[in-house]
Write a new protein. Sequence first.
Length: 473
Amino acid sequence: MENFALDATHKGGLTIQHYLDCSPNVVNIFKEVNKLVLVVTIGLVSVSLLRTFRPSTSPQASYVIEGLSFGHKGAISPNGRAVPGWHLSGENHTPQLLSDRIILTPPAPGGTRGAIFADNPITQPEWIVETEFRASGQERGSGNLNFWFVDTGRSAVGQSSIYTVGKFDGLALVVDQYGPRGGSIRGFLNDGSANFKDHHNVDSLAFGHCDYAYRNLGRPSKLRIENGPHGLRVDVDGTPCFHSEKVNLPPGYFFGVSAAASENPDSFEVYKFAASTTTSITREEPNTEAKRQHLEKLDKFPGSPESLPDADAGTILDQVHQFADLHNRLQAMNHQIANLFGEFERVSRQMNDHHAELMSKVAGTNAGDSSDKSQQPTGDALLPLSRRVENIERIVLAVQRDVEGKDYREHLTNLQQSIEGVRGGLTEHLPETISHTPKMGMFIFVVIAFQVMLAGAYIIYKRRRANAPKKYL
């Protein structure tokens, strides 16, 4: 064993001696330690790289649902007047529709409301919504922004907020200044039984929340809502807000956004609302009932083969099944076209037969007394009609002769004389009758005289009673 010492002389005369044991065993131990440190370092780096490049648990591809999105392709409105697939409404003002944003509530005046709701529901069970909004206003301004996912859309919410809405079925995410940290994002659920407008404490109904100071940031806030097999997840600005595995929202509901401003208003602006799905079906599938009716119509066509039901292209994976499906559909189409031409030919023959029969009947009617026995039933059928027409003509001629043959001049003269006699009697006897009737002036005079007599009698009675001798007891 070789020992050596290192002397380190420091200022002040202090000497420190270090003794190192450089035997072969010690060297081997140092080599093993170096290998172990290298392995640990490589492991840590590998774990870091795996965490960095680890694929997401959700599918990488997402497909935007165009009818339920706006603002993700540049201009929100193609004409500056409406958002395709959405209904915009307001209270005490009209929401402003700009090229890159929708101003639901303006900076002034206060007490305004605005809302935008989708016209169609979402049909996919799994979806992701990415929206961008901004809130700005005075130092002590207030208001709230509400994101809705409800079963009946704008008919259930209108321009209401979470504090003024009645009964609704679905989800509501509220962005307001609740809490001590300048704002929060809260989630509310309702199955249609609770009336939030009449509830004594709406804030207690929230099932999830996170603090978020959203006012006057100078930039849009990014909110992400994901509904899938792992529940409901809400993120804001790339940071998790809250997550619940017990919440699974069903399809068939409507998206919407509403904002309400107080007397000191906040201006709420929505820049983007993009709804996407993780499946490859980006178009709306036809209704099952419509499919069934369509197949029934094909089956009712004479001679039609068995109708093939519609199938999504994503379900046919290999080329063999694709060729078989294409072959079956082309063959069915060929059969349908052949049946269609056969039906046209049958209809054409029927029309020719009907035309020939009709022309023969017309020819038999014009011939009259034809000896052809096949035309005799047509003439017999027309005889009763001819007799009825002749009877009507005879009746009309008889009425005409009766009217023209009689002289009604004498009757008219007698009627005129009677009218003149009545009119003359009225003009002669009416003044005499009026002169013999009592006059109104005489009646009024009698009434006044009677009242004067009563007053005089009362006065005489009072005087006599006053002059009568008084008796004292």
